[in-house]
Design a protein around this ligand. Structure first.
Ligand code: KG4
Ligand code: ZN
Length: 340
């Protein structure tokens, strides 16, 4: 079974081919960092146009990499949301067209489910598992009970973790995308020089908050007279350490909840773009192990947005006999846990 996956929900245009033996046969991806850099964030209209211009070429490139013809594809899966609606529509329409012409099933994938299930493309992880999903638009703790079955334990009450990295990077003049820039800069910094707040730490439940932390970075910065590179590095390191403390504390709370209600589970999976951060991976491993869980995160290239995860989620759904009609709409909002 070979599935073509398409991802266009934010600022990466991507196509990939994955098979039922968990082999990534091809991956073609274009990031739009340059197009959005001048604006310090993703501009939806620019993103949508860029997807239109690049997607055809990337699909052809992926097919060539894998050495496959259209008749060798068994299904097409595309992100149908949540995300920037213009971009989602581009990928969705293209996927439907290819599926219709090739006469194969079409699968509408929830982008978040793509992040949630990616780990099963690279490791043997059984349901249920605890999932920390930390990306540019999302920050939540969920229990993954099966494909399409999610229970939300908590989430951010304001900014997502990646959004906090991006806004902090902008404040510090580190550019876009912020996460990798903050991580690089923080490597040379002293995380103890500036003591920043740890919002929600010690609170009951599993919710997050990051906007106060970002404000504290701004206020600290405003109190400094022409900060030099070393000072910026210290501030970046202080911010990253604060995020690590918040995430570790919230994961500890979620781990206790998970172990009590799903005693057969033994794994914490960390997914989403922010899971590429090395300090956070280390801290989250420690937090999980202290609570009796092992921690697994997909390799960084599969944590940030990509199409292999969409193809894989498509394969998981197809294995259960699920596919979607060609009039499936694009959705800007699409929570994983509809009950929450
Ligand atoms: O999952 P993703 O690629 O896109 C969304 O679905 O949002 O996540 C992108 C987010 C951005 O906010 C980016 O700054 C953050 O992930 N990110 C990182 C790192 N790499 C990417 N944050 C912290 N450290 C990193 N190394
Ligand atoms: Zn994502």
């Amino acid at each position: 079974m070979i599935v073509l996956g398409i991802e266009t929900s934010c600022d990466e245009t991507a196509a990939a081919l994955v098979d039922g033996q968990r082999r990534i046969l091809a991956q073609a991806l274009a990031s739009q960092f340059e197009e959005h850099r001048a604006y310090g964030g993703v501009v939806p209209e620019i993103a949508a146009r860029s997807h239109v211009e690049r997607l055809d070429g990337l699909i052809v490139e992926a097919m060539a990499q894998a050495g496959l013809g259209w008749h060798q594809i068994d299904a097409v899966a595309a992100t149908a949301g949540p995300g920037l609606i213009g971009g989602v529509m581009v990928g969705l329409v293209e996927a439907k067209a290819i599926a219709a012409v090739a006469g194969v099933p079409f699968v509408a994938v929830n982008h978040l489910e793509g992040h949630a299930l990616t780990v099963r493309l690279v490791e043997d992880v059984a349901f249920p598992y605890l999932l920390l999903l930390i990306s540019g638009g999302h920050c939540q703790l969920l229990v993954v009970e099966g494909v399409g079955r999610y229970t939300r334990l908590g989430g951010t009450i304001d900014d997502a973790a990646g959004e906090a990295f991006d806004k902090t990077a902008k404040l510090l003049g580190l550019g876009h995308p912020g996460g990798p820039a903050v991580e690089r800069t923080a490597a040379a910094g002293d995380s103890k020089r500036f003591r920043l707040p740890r919002p929600m730490v010690g609170r009951e439940g599993c919710d997050f908050s990051f906007s106060g932390l970002k404000t504290a970075v701004r206020q600290t910065l405003e109190g400094l007279e022409s900060p030099d590179g070393a000072t910026i590095a210290d501030l970046a390191a202080g911010f990253q350490a604060a995020v690590a403390d918040v995430l570790a504390d919230r994961v500890a709370a979620a781990t206790a909840m998970f172990r009590a209600r799903w005693p057969q589970g033994d794994t914490l999976v960390v997914a989403g773009g922010v899971a590429a951060n090395r300090l956070l991976r280390t801290r989250l491993t420690q937090a999980a192990e202290a609570g009796g869980l092992r921690m697994i995160a997909p390799p960084p290239a599969l944590c940030t947005d990509n199409a292999a995860m969409i193809a894989w989620a498509g394969l998981e759904r197809l294995a259960l006999g699920w596919s979607d009609p060609l009039d499936t709409p694009a959705r800007a909002r699409w929570p994983l846990d509809d009950a929450a």
